[in-house]
Design a binder for this molecule. Structure first.
Ligand SMILES: NC(=O)c1ccc[n+]([C@@H]2O[C@H](COP(=O)([O-])OP(=O)(O)OC[C@H]3O[C@@H](n4cnc5c(N)ncnc54)[C@H](O)[C@@H]3O)[C@@H](O)[C@H]2O)c1
Length: 412
């Protein structure tokens, strides 16, 4: 038997000084992978990421490098993309510059991994998928919620048939994001400006698309009402600004298999539930509520029989009738888990279904959600067709080198 090999894999991490780039991707994914000795393959070989931190601000990059074992950094993306030492390009920039940068990286022959939304419009997102397939590069989009312990436990319940026939799914996502006047805001101000790629519909419906498609069935139609509940906020520099993007979305999704999903997403709500995101699944044989980590179940036989009578105190302890699932295995950080899958895909060709096509479907749901809001109508989702790798088809509207176009958004 041959000796196990170490596959060094150069990765450009662009936008790494941002919130997601620094915390989830560098500090909680790539660095821990390096520190654990890389990603083990079934052959006994290991993949060792060799990151290059990329961005626009040298001071921020140098400070982050100092925090991260002195990793190399650059502000010269073109030179980095031309360097064969870095076959992978990762993008965690803000949403608008992403499509053009990813298109450049594909043209340079790099494998692609990027944050969601993969682009600001379905046209751009699907074009990225097409050029990546044509170029024969490997590609993926962050779909972190699939690796959260709560949703992995929920998937196991679904796979074991716990629910019987699934009837409906109700998602509640959100928390109060402070306006920034008396208490500092906890999200970047571009989130509240549609001209900078902000808005909760674009941000969250991408997540709901892959979560629903992977767990409950293919999304067929959307009905969405957006709102800008808070009209003015204070930015990072202490300046007041007008919010032009939606900060709440009330969306219903109809699935091809008849399951009905309703997801509320809001940055203007106060939490009185088990977690920042909870998903309740009701089925003929039982129900479950999944939070980010924990899942509570109520099988048919333990279902209380309530009778409406507000004239007397409630006799049933509704929370008490649910059982919390025990910890049966350890779960790694969700972003790290998906990174490891992607690295195995690039080096060992392991399957990786969470591609730029799936990313484009997420953008499509957001775009159709906005259209539904604007037109006050149910909107069906046309199929985004898969393309064979290396297929030489005409690529219409491939994203240019220009920064991304701003999505059309109505002000409420
Ligand atoms: N997967 C998830 O759960 C999740 C959660 C939050 C955000 N996101 C996504 O991650 C991305 C980054 O979000 P964030 O919250 O880290 O934002 P952020 O503002 O903290 O970081 C964005 C980074 O991109 C850089 N950037 C912005 N505009 C640029 C431009 N024109 N050219 C080059 N660099 C530019 C910024 O300097 C910053 O470093 C967004 O696309 C967002 O949708 C994903």
């Amino acid at each position: 038997m041959s000796e196990p090999r170490l596959h060094n894999l150069g990765i450009i991490l662009n936008g790494v000084t941002g919130r997601m780039g620094t915390n989830q991707h560098l500090l909680r994914s790539i660095l821990p992978i390096i520190r654990q000795g890389g990603v083990l393959l079934p052959s006994g070989d290991r993949i060792m990421p060799v990151p290059l931190l990329a961005g626009r601000n040298p001071q921020k990059l140098a400070a982050l490098s100092a925090q991260a074992d002195g990793l190399k950094w650059t502000t010269d993306l073109d030179t980095a993309l031309a360097d064969p030492a870095y076959p992978v390009y990762f993008d965690a920039q803000g949403t608008l510059p992403r499509a053009a940068a990813v298109a450049r990286a594909i043209r340079a022959g790099r494998h692609i991994y990027c944050e969601k939304p993969s682009a600001a419009t379905t046209r751009e997102a699907y074009a990225l998928y097409r050029v990546a397939q044509q170029a024969g590069v490997r590609h993926g989009v962050v779909q972190d919620k699939l690796w959260l312990p709560g949703f992995r436990k929920l998937k196991a319940l679904l796979d074991r048939g716990f629910f019987g026939r699934v009837l409906s799914v109700r998602g509640e996502f959100g928390y109060w994001v402070f306006e920034g006047d008396t208490v500092p805001g906890q999200r970047p101000s571009w989130n509240y400006r549609s001209e900078e790629g902000g808005g909760i519909i674009l941000d969250m419906l991408c997540h709901w698309r892959y979560l629903i498609d992977n767990l409950f069935g293919t999304v067929k139609s959307v009905n969405c009402l957006g709102a800008t509940h808070i009209g003015r906020r204070i930015d990072e520099a202490g300046r007041e600004y007008t919010c032009t993007a939606d900060d709440a979305a009330y969306a219903t999704f109809e699935l091809a298999n008849g399951v009905i999903c309703h997801f509320n997403s809001s940055w203007c709500t106060r939490v009185r539930r088990d977690d920042l995101l909870t998903v309740q699944v009701d089925g003929t044989e039982g129900s479950a509520v999944a939070g980010l980590r924990d899942v509570w179940i109520q099988p048919y036989g333990a279902t209380p029989r309530p009778i409406w009578n507000p004239d007397i105190p409630q006799a049933i302890d509704f929370y008490g009738g649910w059982q919390k699932l025990p910890e049966q295995q350890a779960y790694d950080n969700a972003f790290k888990a998906q990174w490891e899958c992607f690295l195995r895909h690039v080096v060992a060709g392991e399957p990786f279904p969470w591609t730029l096509l799936e990313g484009a479907k997420g953008v499509q749901l957001a775009e159709k959600g906005i259209e539904s809001w604007q037109r006050r109508k149910w909107i069906d989702l046309p199929e985004l067709k898969p393309i064979a790798a290396g297929a030489q088809q005409a690529v219409e509207s491939a994203p240019s080198m220009r920064p991304g176009r701003k999505p059309t958004r109505r002000k409420s």
